[in-house]
Every structure is written in C-alpha cells, then in structure tokens.
Design a protein around this ligand. Structure first.
Ligand SMILES: NC(=O)c1ccc[n+]([C@@H]2O[C@H](COP(=O)([O-])OP(=O)(O)OC[C@H]3O[C@@H](n4cnc5c(N)ncnc54)[C@H](O)[C@@H]3O)[C@@H](O)[C@H]2O)c1
Length: 426
C-alpha cells in the first residue's frame, strides 16, 4: 500500500486519539505517516513532536506555513468547534483533502459553509462521527431498511452525564469546551451530535419539518453548585428538543452534561412491528482508538455497542432478543474475520483513508459531511426555538441561521484571519 502522508492541526487531547488510530492501523499494514503538525501553543507543539518522533522542522505554530508544503496528502483538523469551519475551509482552499473533528461546526450556517467548500475547492471532506461507524449502527440500519421494525414513528436520542462538564467537572478536558466563543454550546453539540447523527443515519436521513427546543444552564448557575465561574454558566448544561420529520416521524432529544438524576434511559427507535434499544452508543472511536495496553483517551472505557430488539411474532407472542454487537472484547471481531471489507465501515479514520486511496467512492463511503450538516440543522433548530420560545420550521432555521465561526483568531504569534464564504440561505 502506498504511503499516505498526513498533517495534523491542533495538538490537543483528540489529536492523540488520531495518532493512536494511525499507530494501530499501521500495525495492520496501512502505511500511514504523520509528516507534520501545527499547534499555536509552542510548548505543547514541541512536546507533541517529541512524543511522536516528529522533527522540529516539521512542527509549525502557524498552520498556514505548514499548508505551503507539497508533500502532504491530507490534513486532520483537531481544533475546537467554532474553529472547524475556519480551519477546515482554509485547508481545502490550500488544496488538501480534510478530515475534521465533530461537531461539524457550532452553527448550521457554518456547517453549510464547510459542506459547500467541498465543491468550491474540489476537495474531499469527512467529519468524525464515531457512532455511525460500527456494527450496532450497521445492524440497526439494515433491520430498518428491511422493514423488520415496520413503520417507524418515534425515535429517542439520549445522552447523559450526572456531573461531567468537560473542562470543569472533568478538568482533563480543555476549557475550550465551555468557552462561549470556542466550544459555543453545551451537551447538544458535544455528545448530542453522536446520538442525533446515528438516528438520522439509521432512519435513512428523514426530511426535517420542524423543531421545538429548550436549553438550560440552571444546574450550573446555582450558587451551591457553581463555586468557580460565579454563576455565569458559560454554556448550557442541558439541551432537549422534539423534532418532526416528513412521514409522521418524531424524535425527542435529551442531552445533559450535569443533572441530579441517575438513569435517564437510552436511545431507542419505535416502529409498528418492533423496537430497538441502543446501549453504549460509540462515542470513543472503537477498538482502533485504544492505545497498546492503555486506557482510551478522554472517553473513559471502550464502549461496546449493543442492541435489544423488541417484537411480536405471528402467534402474537412478544419477544425480546439481544443482538450482540460485541461478540468479543474487540466488538465486531467475528464479523470482520468473515467479512474483512466491513472493517472499512468500523472506523472513521480507516474509512477516510480508504476513501482517499480510492478503495471507497462517493457512493460506497458513508457521507459524513451530509449527515453532520443535517445534524447541525436539527441542533440549530433547538437553539433557535429556545431563543424564540416557540417551535421553528426548517425553512425558518435555514433563513435565520447565522455564521458564528471565528474569522479572526488571536494567537501567541499574532492574529490569524480566516477568509471563508458568507452563509447563503437556500
Ligand atoms: N477530547 C475529546 O475526548 C474529544 C472527543 C471527540 C471529539 N473531540 C473534538 O475535538 C475538538 C478538539 O477537542 P480537544 O479536546 O482535542 O481540545 P484541545 O483544546 O485539547 O485541543 C485543541 C488544540 O487546538 C489548538 N489550536 C487552536 N487553534 C489552533 C490553530 N489555529 N492552529 C493550530 N492549533 C490550534 C489549541 O491550542 C489546542 O491545543 C473539539 O471540537 C471536540 O469536540 C474531542
């Protein structure tokens, strides 16, 4: 396999997961080489280079200098939410394919700008959404397409942490998660995107009609709870919503980072013939993201996605079946031994590299930019509805969406100006 030459922008927490996946794939002969990296924080950059054996001349504080190189095949963007559109469009404008972290952007308008940049610059793009690259999602999607659940009418998209605000209760995460200009939003855009995207994808991308949403930071602002940020709650700690789709399907959404509650249930799909419960949706990146003998980065334990199938047979007997997506410790192992080609659908990064190499095409890869953009549309609906105190139609969301991505970033070496398109509502 020909060497694929990779550059990384942003040497923070998630960049280490990218590196772990690269190292694990190389053990399987994928011939990936990280040739350069950029990070505005010089100390962090040098430490990162040392950790991965990348010489100082290949390390850049200003990523724009790195993009002048002609020996890079693709660039992985590991900066924070409100910089995704800024940096990823700059990468594509400079002539490189780009794989960017989730969420696609901190607003629908910016997700759309990034989506359109693929065509504008003629470059390939993928967005990290680990929840859709695993056997749990694949099995559910197939069952729904085959009509095993009958007509789908209700979907619940759920994520919960009892007290887990990144960069706050979880100090090993960067404070950018809760910076209103950088992370911008709370759990809905952080964890919520994994669940919403998974549901949209397994349902075959239903067409959104309207959204009612509510967001709160009431937990955060209680003086007994918040002793640090002086009751200012930089971003929300709760996001809930109800979305309606064409075909009389509704999805309720529930995402919290902190709530005085233990068990708030999990994601499920209800159809006229059957139901599916999703346990342990993958937000950590699957087995390829586990370092040798180590603990998975930032995401706690390796998740082992499972499905429970509820149905009724011809004799009117109710049945419940556990569909084991975790046949061994490395989930999906048996499946991929029999069908090794399915491996390309079990990992975000492997799918991306296979798409770049032409092993997968626009038709055979999962269209993560489109799924991520539709997820952003729904999430934006929750934000807008919360602001207006009423439900919003999809046309209103598209019309009222505003670009908020960072256009001027202050860095230790001066201001980076990002020059990307204005948002044009359809
Ligand atoms: N941490 C996780 O477990 C995790 C998991 C999945 C996805 N993500 C996503 O990854 C993104 C980054 O998260 P993180 O936890 O790695 O944050 P982080 O703050 O640890 O890392 C981001 C890095 O980007 C650097 N940076 C900012 N602007 C830059 C620029 N112009 N050029 C080069 N470097 C720049 C920052 O200095 C920082 O070191 C977020 O969007 C997050 O949603 C994170």
């Amino acid at each position: 396999m020909k060497e694929l030459r990779i550059a990384i922008i942003g040497c923070g927490m998630i960049s280490h997961r990218h590196m772990t996946v690269i190292q694990n794939l190389n053990k399987r002969g994928h011939n990936l080489k990280v040739v350069a990296a950029a990070e505005i924080d010089k100390e962090k950059l040098l430490a990162w280079g040392k950790q991965y054996g990348i010489a100082e001349e290949n390390l850049y504080q200003d990523f724009r200098e790195m993009l002048k190189r002609d020996d890079i095949d693709e660039v992985e963007v590991c900066v924070h939410n409100n910089l995704h559109t800024s940096v990823a469009t700059a990468v594509m404008a400079a002539g490189f394919p780009c794989y960017s972290e989730k969420p696609m952007a901190a607003s629908y308008a910016d997700a759309k700008i990034l989506y359109d940049a693929q065509k504008k610059y003629g470059q390939k793009l993928a967005i990290q959404i680990s929840s859709i690259y695993n056997p749990q999602t694949r099995i559910a999607k197939k069952m729904i397409a085959e009509g095993k659940l009958g007509e789908i009418y209700h979907v619940r998209s759920v994520g919960h942490r009892r007290q887990g605000r990144p960069g706050y209760d979880m100090p090993f995460f960067s404070r950018d998660f809760i910076d209103p200009n950088v992370g911008v939003h709370g759990p809905l855009f952080d964890l919520g995107i994994y669940h919403i995207a998974q549901m949209l994808y397994v349902l075959g991308m239903p067409e959104l009609e309207s959204v009612y949403g509510f967001q709160s930071s009431r937990y955060w602002t209680h003086p007994a709870i918040d002793k640090i940020t002086n009751r200012t709650a930089p971003v929300e700690d709760l996001g809930v919503g109800m979305a309606r789709f064409k075909g009389d399907i509704c999805m309720d959404i529930y995402e919290d980072w902190a709530i005085h509650m233990e068990d708030i249930g999990c994601t499920f799909i209800a159809g006229s013939l059957g139901g599916l419960k999703f346990t342990d949706v993958d937000q950590t990146g699957g087995p390829m993201a586990v370092p040798e003998g180590g603990q998975i980065m930032g995401g706690g334990d390796l998740q082992k996605p499972r499905l429970t199938y509820y149905g009724i047979n011809e004799d009117n007997q109710l049945f419940t079946t556990q569909l084991d997506c975790a046949l061994t410790d490395t989930y999906g192992l048996q499946e991929s031994l029999i069908h090794p080609e399915l491996d390309l659908y079990n990992d975000n990064q492997l799918q991306w590299y296979s798409y770049l190499r032409g092993i997968l095409t626009d038709e055979t890869r999962i269209d993560s930019p489109y799924i991520a953009m539709q997820t952003a549309l729904l999430s934006e609906g929750v934000v807008l509805s919360n602001e207006l105190g009423r439900s919003v139609t999809v046309d209103e969301i598209k019309k009222m969406a505003k670009s908020i991505a960072i256009r001027d970033q202050e860095t230790p070496f001066g201001t980076i100006h990002y020059d990307f398109d204005e948002y044009k509502p359809e």
